[in-house]
Design a protein around this ligand. Structure first.
Ligand SMILES: Nc1ncnc2c1ncn2[C@@H]1O[C@H](COP(=O)(O)OP(=O)(O)OP(=O)(O)O)[C@@H](O)[C@H]1O
Length: 352
């Protein structure tokens, strides 16, 4: 009993999860966010393709097939019990992706209704994360990501939400103009009961410039202004409990909206915990000042000791992908071990 009271006070009711899908909020805030194109409806076999095991590219999507480094003999021997992969081809979607790439000056950032494949960013050059310059890049990221599989599963999407009508849920492919984003200027902002209560730095790196109190003041003022003028007063935007992500301009005087998320356990509270946010919310509510109260701003204030890259758990060497095609996990593990052993043997040959 007690725990349900606690969670009730930690999280307000999630009235509409669909308010947070891209096609719901983008038309309302198009003037304050990155230019984007929504491709929907998507054919059933596209959804099937995303759900299928293995990372492979549909025919005609401009990609040299991921080639196995095994010899032909080994290849045919190891694959003889494996069901051939179903082949897919999406000429219409390929065409739309190419048009968007041209429209957005050479590159797009892909996502589905809610999630981007940011856990698969390591697939493309890390210096320009998630920068897709061909349909094949888009497919490869979506197929390699665990995060986007959330959007493919209506049970997960509607979990804990009051708008339980899964029949209206349709998958969408979103292509946003790609920018080289300075992560030190990204923020996540928490709104509960119609009050802006918290602002967190978006990643976990230490940025010395944030130590200065005038910088903190400026960031808080910019976020509060954008929220009051563009979001809180926007009648078409109904949720009273939500999280939004922003990118500050270089001079910290303005900001662009990046994304909206539900105020719910599925949204990472970053440098806050939801317990802390709950306390801030209740104290602001008691103060009776509502949205005029300054939000709490949190940033990393000591240099980090960890150099581990984000989403490391989801990384595997590129060569491994070619071995994964159509193999079950045990077969894949065996082949990958052989490849690793070959590598060790070659290394010791070179050393001797
Ligand atoms: N158009 C873009 N061009 C380049 N990078 C982008 C673009 N949009 C977002 N990003 C980067 O990708 C990150 C994730 O984007 P976004 O918030 O849309 O994905 P998400 O999967 O919804 O993330 P989360 O689950 O954390 O909300 C952003 O923090 C930003 O660094």
């Amino acid at each position: 009993m007690e725990s349900s009271n606690v969670s009730q006070s930690l999280f307000p009711e999630l009235r509409s999860v669909l308010a947070f899908q891209f096609s719901s909020w983008y038309p309302i805030f198009a003037g304050h966010t990155i230019k984007s194109t929504i491709i929907r409806p998507l054919p059933d076999d596209f959804v099937q393709y995303l759900n299928d095991d293995g990372v492979y590219i549909p025919d005609g999507a401009d990609q040299v097939p991921l080639s196995s480094s095994l010899s032909d003999d080994e290849d045919s021997e190891s694959n003889e019990d494996v069901e051939p992969l179903r082949s897919y081809s999406f000429p219409e979607i390929d065409k739309r992706i190419r048009e968007c790439i041209a429209l957005y000056e050479g590159a797009v950032f892909p996502k589905l209704n809610f999630s981007s494949p940011r856990d698969a960013a390591w697939m493309l050059p890390i210096s320009s994360p998630l920068k897709c310059t061909s349909p094949a890049d888009v497919y490869m990221l979506l197929k390699s990501s665990d995060f986007v599989s959330f959007d493919l599963n209506p049970e997960l999407v509607f979990e804990g939400a009051a708008d339980g009508d899964k029949t209206v849920y349709a998958l969408e492919l979103v292509l946003r103009k790609w920018y080289s984003i300075d992560r030190s200027r990204e923020l996540r902002c928490f709104v509960r009961g119609g009050m802006l209560i918290g602002i967190s730095q978006r990643d976990s790196n230490y940025y010395p410039y944030m130590e200065a109190s005038d910088v903190q003041y400026k960031i808080t003022a910019t976020v509060t202004k954008l929220w009051r003028e563009c979001i809180a007063t926007e009648e078409r935007w109904r949720p009273k409990d939500y999280v939004f992500d922003l990118l500050l301009t270089r001079d910290l005087a303005r900001a662009h909206i990046i994304d909206f998320n539900p105020y719910a356990p599925r949204t990472d509270a970053l440098l806050f915990t939801y317990e802390e946010l709950g306390k801030i919310f209740h104290s602001k509510k008691l103060s009776g000042e509502h949205s005029q109260v300054e939000p709490v701003f949190k940033f990393v204030n000591t240099p980090s000791t960890s150099a581990a890259p984000e989403h490391q758990h989801n990384m595997m060497p590129f060569e491994a992908l070619s071995l994964s095609n159509g193999n079950d996990i045990e077969e894949f593990a065996r082949l990958w071990q052989e490849e690793l052993k070959k590598g060790v043997d070659n290394d010791s040959d070179e050393e001797s």
